[in-house]
Each structure stands twice: as structure tokens, then as C-alpha cells.
Write a protein that binds this ligand. Sequence first.
Ligand code: GRF
Length: 216
Amino acid sequence: MSREQTRIAVLVSGAGRGSNMQSIIDGCNSGQINGTVVLVIGTKEDAPATHRARTAGITTDTVSPKEFADTDLHDERMLQVLQEFRIDLVCLAGYMRLLGPKCVESYRNRIMNIHPALLPSFCGDGMFGHHVHEAVIARGVKISGATVHFVDEKYDTGPIIVQSIVAVEDDDTPDTLAARVLEVEHKAYPDAIAMFSEGRLEVDGLRVRIKEIIEG
Ligand code: GRF
């Protein structure tokens, strides 16, 4: 029996460029992911990522935290939009904010994020973008990479689904390292979503077990 297609919402914030969003769209179009990106939610109407989504024929919406009197109202509105579109999986792709408790609880183990380092290192509030790669280089670690994880109530602490590694070279700058990590992000994120869409991810506390595909 074939599985239903996973209805995916991608969330981007600020002036996100949306390269991970694009890798998810590509994964759906190629058939790697048994799903469709049905909605892209941004915090700004005119971000490159949402523009890119509209060009690809995907519905976009803006849920800007600034428009809400408090974080609870923002959380409620976000949940309402996700439910209106019957979203199965929420993918944060350059979404630099915490989702509220209502969204997290309603979508427990159905919200993913990608972080440009190997969790649980180099993460937490304020650790995003070039800050991550600067800290990685300053600490002198020899490997970095990307982590796809489920989202819980805090920054970067949810169950880890996929990690991909890259070497940190002696002459790396935050920019060169970011570019190398971004390449593996574009594979790791669709891979994790594809496994979700096949029902292969089993969450046990902080551990995510990947079930084999049983043919037939
Ligand atoms: C990526 O580096 C991702 O790891 C982080 O935000 C960045 C988004 O980049 N969460 P892009 O907009 O997908 O190109």
C-alpha cells in the first residue's frame, strides 16, 4: 500500500535566501521525498526565500512576530495556519526563532531544523550563521558539519536525526567553512525528510532510530 504524501511547510525568517528550502523542494520534485512543499511561511513578505517559493508556484504566507501583542498570540496564529493547510511536517530552514509551546506540542517530532554544526556543540541562543563557523574555527576543532534534528522547546536540543561531517581546514575562514557545510546541508535535510516521509523515523527520548525499508 502506498503512503500518503507528506504535506510540508517550510519556515524561513528575515531575509533568508532559501537554499535549504530549495533542496527540500528539489527532493520532493525528484521523488526522493514522498511529499510536497505546500506552504512557505516567512517573517517578511519580501524575503528572497519567499520570492523563490512563489516563483516555484508554492503558496507563501507571512507570520511576523512583530504583528502580535505577545508570543502566545503569535504561537496561536502559527498553529492555526499550519492546521489550515493540513501540514504534516514543519521544516525550519533558516528560521532563527523559537516556535511557541502550542506549535511544539501539537507538532511534537514533526518539526525539523537544520543547524550548521555538529550538535550538541556550537549551538544555542545567538549561535546562528557566521557566529557558528567563527566559534568552530576559534575552538580549533578538526571536524564540523550539519545536524538535522527534531525541534523541542529550546534551541537545538531536540532528538538528532542526521549528521554529516566536513573537515575544518587550516586556512578556513568562516565563509569557506560555511560554504562547505552548506553543501552537506543540502543533502542531509532532504535525506532526513525522505526518511520521515517513508515513516522510518522512530523517536525514543533523545534517540532517533532509522527503520529499514521492508519491501513488498
Ligand atoms: C543554514 O546554514 C542552516 O543551517 C541555518 O540557516 C541557514 C539557512 O540558509 N539554520 P539557507 O537560507 O537555507 O540558504
